[in-house]
Design a protein around this ligand. Structure first.
Ligand code: SF4
Ligand code: SF4
Length: 474
């Protein structure tokens, strides 16, 4: 009897299930300390920006805080100038100037702002310095983090976080000190009497500083800052960027100092990896321009030191341009291309706006007048047969001294003010004044007639404002 045919069992392919997270696991970066020309410049900028930030709020001017954004009374004091909500124009111009300056400097030298002056960079630099002083440099910190918790580790971590918290709280306190007079803030703090909003903002700003500079660090630049994303459009082949000279550096490889690396077929890069170790964003500049590069130049300083040790010329990593690398330009050619249509246009527009802004500030009259018609009384005939219109004048004395203002009116024959012609207004105060204006019925055409109110500070002839209004004749 024949054996029944058996089909071979089908082969089952086992596919291993691999779980993949949609989010990149964040590796902690331990930047190594670096010294050099650019590190010195970074620290100069840290000192300069922080001296201004922490110091400016303690300066006095005319018996008050020199720089104070008094949101409650809607007045911004900047040394001798007082800005009101009506002066939003100045703020708009200031923002335009900042944006244009950013465009110009980015077109010339890439992410200068990010690398040297951005608060995120500056506070990260300060926090990393504290970390280094307490926990040690890169290797010591890596070793400490890998260790299980011990009394020493706890003490070091507590000291670091304590120092960070102090800096962060002082930063929050200073920030709020620009909105509430800082001396009042100190008194309130000593008396344990801080208001709820002040407490909230000090803690909030302090917490943001502690979190951003202590923990988030490069992630703020990589994932949160929009500037990193759109800066590429401001770059062109003549923009100075931190670059690795691959032509000179490759093929990379370790060697002893005595080796004739050219004969051995090696480039200048000894593949020591120090440029990666010092990078605060943890990238390898040898892979080309990357959006994570904040242009801090730490890798330039680090590589220059390696080149010095090896006896090679400096500048394997350096500020250069795409064109300069491709066409082997020297410094002179690079500098010559700083002046190109894009930078000239940015520069010209920026200069024009800065000059106009300075002129507007220098000639700013410390007086504003708004005319509002009294809607309850349009036009009425008074006892002497003349026509009276009532207006409400909002007079803002933006000077820091009380002043008397004379009010006049012109525009129709015989037109005059029938109410008080002067008003006393305290320093930096707005006052609403009701003004009755009279004219003969035949002084103008029926309906609306254009008139001008003239308000002048008595004893200060240059403080003078003219404001249009309509006088109604029946
Ligand atoms: S520091 Fe310089 S030599 Fe060392 S790996 Fe980086 S580029 Fe190469
Ligand atoms: S690559 Fe160099 S310049 Fe760019 S962030 Fe890293 S260290 Fe700074």
């Amino acid at each position: 009897m024949r054996e029944p045919l058996r089909r071979p069992a089908p082969k089952v392919k086992v596919i291993p299930i691999v779980e993949e997270s949609l989010y990149e696991v964040q590796k902690k970066i331990y930047p190594r300390a670096v010294t050099g020309v650019f590190a010195t410049w970074r620290w100069i900028l840290v000192w300069a920006t922080q001296l201004v930030f922490y110091g400016l709020c303690w300066l006095e001017w005319n018996g008050r805080q020199a720089v104070l954004f008094d949101l409650v009374h809607r007045k911004f004091y900047i040394f001798g100038l007082v800005f009101w909500p009506q002066d939003v124009f100045y703020l708009a111009v200031l923002l335009i100037i900042s944006a244009l300056a950013l465009f110009l400097f980015t077109a010339i030298a890439g992410r200068l702002w990010c690398g040297y002056a951005c608060p995120q960079t500056v506070y990260t630099e300060i926090f990393m310095w504290v970390e280094r002083v307490i926990e040690g440099d890169r290797m010591a910190r890596m070793k400490l983090d890998a260790q299980p918790m011990s009394a020493r580790k706890l003490a070091l971590k507590s000291a670091k976080h304590g120092a960070w918290a102090l800096i962060a709280l002082w930063t929050g306190f200073t920030f709020v000190g620009y909105f509430t007079p800082i001396k009042t803030l100190v008194q309130e703090t000593i008396a344990w009497n801080l208001g709820p909003w002040e407490t909230f903002w000090i803690l909030f700003y302090g917490f943001a500083t502690w979190g951003n500079a202590g923990f988030m660090r490069e992630q703020v630049c990589k994932y949160m800052c929009p500037y990193a994303r759109f800066q590429g459009v401001m770059f062109d082949p003549d923009t100075l960027i931190v670059t690795y000279d691959a032509e000179r550096g490759e093929p990379r490889g370790s060697r002893s100092k005595k080796t004739d690396h050219r004969a051995a077929g090696l480039g200048d890069c000894v593949d020591c990896g120090i440029c990666v170790q010092v990078c605060p964003t943890g990238i390898d500049i040898r892979n080309g321009l990357q959006y994570e590069c904040i242009g801090c130049s730490a890798c330039i300083d680090a590589c220059d030191q390696v080149m010095d040790k090896m006896g090679y010329p400096r500048g394997l990593i350096r500020y250069s341009t795409e064109n300069a690398l491709a066409k082997h330009w020297g410094r002179k050619d690079i500098l010559r291309h700083v002046l190109r249509p894009r930078t000239l246009v940015y520069g010209a527009v920026l200069s024009a706006i800065v000059i106009a802004f300075a002129w507007a500030l220098a000639t700013k009259v410390p007086l504003k007048v708004d005319v509002i018609r009294d809607r309850a009384t349009l036009a009425r005939e008074v006892e002497d047969g003349r026509i009276e219109n009532v207006f409400r004048l909002q007079i803002m004395n933006t000077a820091e001294e009380p002043r008397r203002f004379a009010i006049g009116v012109v525009g129709l024959e015989g037109i005059e003010i029938a109410s008080d012609k002067t008003v006393d207004i305290p320093a930096a105060t707005t006052q609403s004044v009701s003004v009755r204006v009279r004219a003969e019925p035949g002084a103008g055409s029926r309906g609306s007639n254009r008139i001008l109110f003239e308000v002048r500070a008595v004893g200060h002839e240059d403080v003078f404002v003219r404001e249009k209004a309509s006088f109604l004749l029946p």
